[in-house]
Design a protein. Structure first.
Length: 323
């Protein structure tokens, strides 16, 4: 029986029919391989495709202590002068903690770079379940640390660096900001959290109201969190560096952009996270897009809702990265 939830935007609802034929709403552990294949085919560009738009090179950089090196993708506008520092963006891809690589989500990144000349570094963190927590967050923090130690070489203005990600990448971006604060690491100017995956507990209404509908329903979410945390998922002692909604102190964080659709698993935890940033004296811009499913602008890119959401992200980046 379907639970009660807000209606999907008509354009999103129409697009979901085709999307769910490729990958069901409910990703169970046996479908992780399928999710990886679909992500690679539909949301991951080749290096040659990326180089058709920007200068791009993949580099191997130090990973966490006693762990493998990381592959990061460094991108810069083709017509930019390397001697002139540009704003920077550290990007963490989505994929439910279980899929994707540093070329996933580049449609967003290339759109942002077309609007705002910037240097982007995208990190290829290790995936669960093969590499459970803390491997993904430690990789993401190690990548940010490398960026901080190479700002001049990368041509990034140290005063204008943001961290961004969507879905699992949004959750890891929030976690990376927490780790940087707590370890006295690189201070970024802002954090862009697009439909962030931040709470393993499934305790909000939106975390349980989608079953077999939309994109990344409650069953998929359980698959992602159990892959990352194993039997600890939902238990009392999960680290906020794994699930940032667990953090009890959200003070001292960079200004945040938080968004979700009104018909997605992450809606309520996104609202709560932004609210608690305000309550801790911080700043956040919150968007809940009516009728949007998870990744609605990828599902229905031509919908008015999607165009408005993409514009809002660029507008926030432009304001935060202004000199």
């Amino acid at each position: 029986m379907r639970t009660v939830h807000p209606p999907f935007d008509p354009a999103v609802a129409a697009a979901l029919v085709a999307v769910n034929e490729i990958l069901p709403s409910s990703v169970t552990p046996d479908l992780i391989g399928r999710l990886r294949d679909v992500t690679e085919a539909g949301n991951t560009m080749s290096l040659d495709e990326i180089r058709g738009h920007v200068h791009a090179e993949e580099r191997m950089v130090p990973g966490p202590a006693r762990e493998p090196d990381l592959a990061v993708l460094v991108m810069r506008p083709k017509d930019s002068d390397p001697a002139i520092a540009l704003p920077g963006l550290y990007f963490i891809h989505g994929g439910g903690m279980i899929a994707g690589n540093n070329r996933t989500g580049m449609d967003w990144v290339l759109d942002w770079m077309a609007e705002i000349p910037m240097v982007v570094v995208s990190v290829d963190y290790r995936l669960a379940p093969e590499h459970p927590h803390p491997a993904p967050i430690e990789d993401c923090y190690a990548g940010l640390d490398w960026v901080g130690n190479h700002l001049v070489e990368l041509g990034i203005d140290p005063r204008r660096l943001v961290i961004a990600g969507g879905s699992a990448g949004g959750g890891l971006a929030a976690a990376t900001a927490l780790v940087a604060r707590d370890r006295g690491g690189l201070r970024v100017r802002g954090q862009m959290l697009v439909c962030p995956m931040i709470d393993d507990r499934a305790i909000t209404p939106s975390s349980t109201e989608l079953v077999g509908e939309g994109v990344w329903d409650s069953i998929s979410n359980a698959t992602g969190w159990s892959s990352l945390l194993g039997a600890a998922a939902g238990a009392p002692d999960v680290s906020p560096y794994a699930a940032p909604a667990r953090a009890t102190d959200l003070s001292g964080l960079p200004t945040a952009f938080v968004e979700a659709g009104s018909v997605e698993t992450f809606r309520d935890e996104s609202v709560d996270y932004a609210s608690r940033i305000w309550q801790a004296g911080g700043q956040a811009e919150l968007h809940i897009w009516p009728g949007g499913c998870h990744n609605f602008d990828g599902t229905a890119p031509e919908a008015t809702l999607s165009r408005e959401a993409r514009a809002a992200r660029v507008n926030w980046l432009r304001r935060v990265l202004a000199e």
